[in-house]
Design a protein around this ligand. Structure first.
Ligand code: IMP
Length: 423
């Protein structure tokens, strides 16, 4: 059975969780492969709203196994808080959660360093979610990180951890004027943690490829989006992982041979949180209108999201990198009341037309727009493509044509039922 991958095509918050939730009902295993508690995936089921940070939203289906894979940075406090919140709503994740032994542990000092380095930064203030993501991935790349599997080694507690804490304390106290880590407390905390999660630990490449070979269906769930990818996004204003297809493979250990379908999630306009270039951003009243209609406030930080028009060049960039098989177009209903809708259909850089998303000099881009007439009627109740207003269908067709990828789903509202599958 093949694996299906869901990736964000813009700057995150495209509505991935809703599509994952929609597809998870036909899937035995859902896997988060990168990022950490910086994500905020919202799913609405009836009157209940769930916000997922670390745990895949597939957990809402009572038989689905959910995996936190090796490419993730896992904050155990955030994970157990999320488990508690789910249990309070009658969802029981225990017994259905698996954690990769090569995933990295995100420690309180990573959060401290994330916050302090943003405050101290004279180079680039990124506007991070303050969840310690960059600091934890830096340790991983610098080979100073703590893999979950290391918790089961006595040598780790006797030798590695004390040396690590000594080094972190130098950084915290001398560079950031922050309180030091208490080694004894941290040791106790990790000892408790290792017992709590002992039965959840798996060797992810072994587990997932075996399950795929035996016919199980696997859904790989990306967090953030292509434009926040460390390598292909608007560097340095990116997250510290690879949400794109390459990151899904290295982050999960699933063989590329199993990957048969890559679904890109694109919002019918666009948003971005945090600093960094954003070619189609709108301001003032126009931004306020989009923000209010789309309720564009960060689900992790509550920050108002920056808003703008759909950018074809961005989604084409995502299609190219990820090898998109189809697009799920979300939040089209947010545009219901707009008289005209703009779409960026091309760029000029230094007076020349370019047909790619540049790696640098994004701030110098001149955007070429096309205007589409709005439809001025509600769409959220509609369940079939043919019943959408003519101008909505024209808009959807134009985006598919410009992006060069078929649009297979259109989402017209936050609920499970507000999804139109296009045959
Ligand atoms: P970090 O991932 O917390 O280091 O933040 C780096 C950048 O990515 C900041 O601009 C964040 O606002 C952005 N970011 C991180 N996670 C998300 C997300 O899930 N949705 C949207 N933006 C995100």
């Amino acid at each position: 059975m093949p694996a299906t991958l869901i990736v964000g095509t813009q700057w995150g918050d495209e509505g991935k969780a809703k599509v994952i939730d929609y597809l998870a009902k036909e899937t035995e295993i859902v896997v988060r492969y990168q990022g950490g508690a910086n994500a905020g995936h919202t799913v609405k089921v009836g009157d209940d709203k769930y916000i997922f940070r670390l745990i895949p939203s597939g957990i809402l289906y009572p038989k689905t196994i959910c995996v936190l894979a090796g490419g993730m940075v896992i904050d155990p406090d955030a994970m157990f808080q999320e488990i508690g919140e789910l249990e309070a709503k009658g969802v029981n994740p225990m017994g259905r959660l698996r954690i990769a032994d090569n995933a990295h542990l995100l420690m309180p000092y990573h959060k401290e360093i994330d916050v302090r380095s943003e405050e101290a930064s004279g180079v680039h203030k990124i506007g991070t979610t303050k969840r310690g993501i960059g600091a934890c991935y830096s340790d991983k790349v610098n080979r100073q990180g703590i893999r979950i599997g290391m918790l089961y080694s006595d040598d780790f507690f006797a030798n590695t951890l004390p040396r690590l804490v000594e080094q972190k304390n130098k950084l915290l106290t001398r560079m950031y004027d922050a309180p030091p880590v208490n080694l004894a407390e941290l040791k106790d905390k990790l000892m408790v943690l290792r017992e709590k999660i002992r039965d959840m630990i798996v060797n992810c490449p072994y587990y997932l490829n075996m399950e795929l070979a035996s016919g199980k269906r696997v859904l790989l769930e990306g967090a953030q989006g292509t434009m926040l990818d460390l390598d292909f996004g608007t560097y340095p204003y990116v997250t510290s992982s690879n949400p794109t297809t390459g990151g899904a493979l290295t982050g999960s250990g699933v063989s590329f041979r199993y990957l048969k379908s890559v679904i890109g999630i694109a919002k019918a306009y666009s948003t971005r949180v945090g600093e960094g270039p954003y070619p189609t951003e709108v301001f003032d009243e126009e931004a306020e209108t989009l923000r209010t209609a789309g309720n564009e406030f960060g689900s992790v930080t509550g920050r108002p999201r920056r808003c703008g028009w759909f950018d074809v060049e961005v989604v084409r960039h995502a299609a190219r990198i990820n090898g998109l098989s189809a697009i799920a177009l979300t939040k089209i209903d947010v545009l219901d009341k707009f008289k005209t809708i703009k779409v960026a259909t091309g760029y000029e850089l230094n007076g020349k037309r370019i047909d790619y998303f540049p790696s640098c000099s994004v701030g110098d881009i001149k955007v070429i727009y096309e205007e589409f007439p709005g439809w001025n009627e509600p769409t959220s109740h509609i369940t079939k493509l043919k019943n959408l207003p003519k101008n909505t269908r024209k808009y959807i067709d134009a985006l598919a044509k410009y992006c060069g990828v078929p649009i297979a789903w259109v989402s017209v509202g936050p609920g499970r039922e507000n999804t139109i599958a296009i045959k």
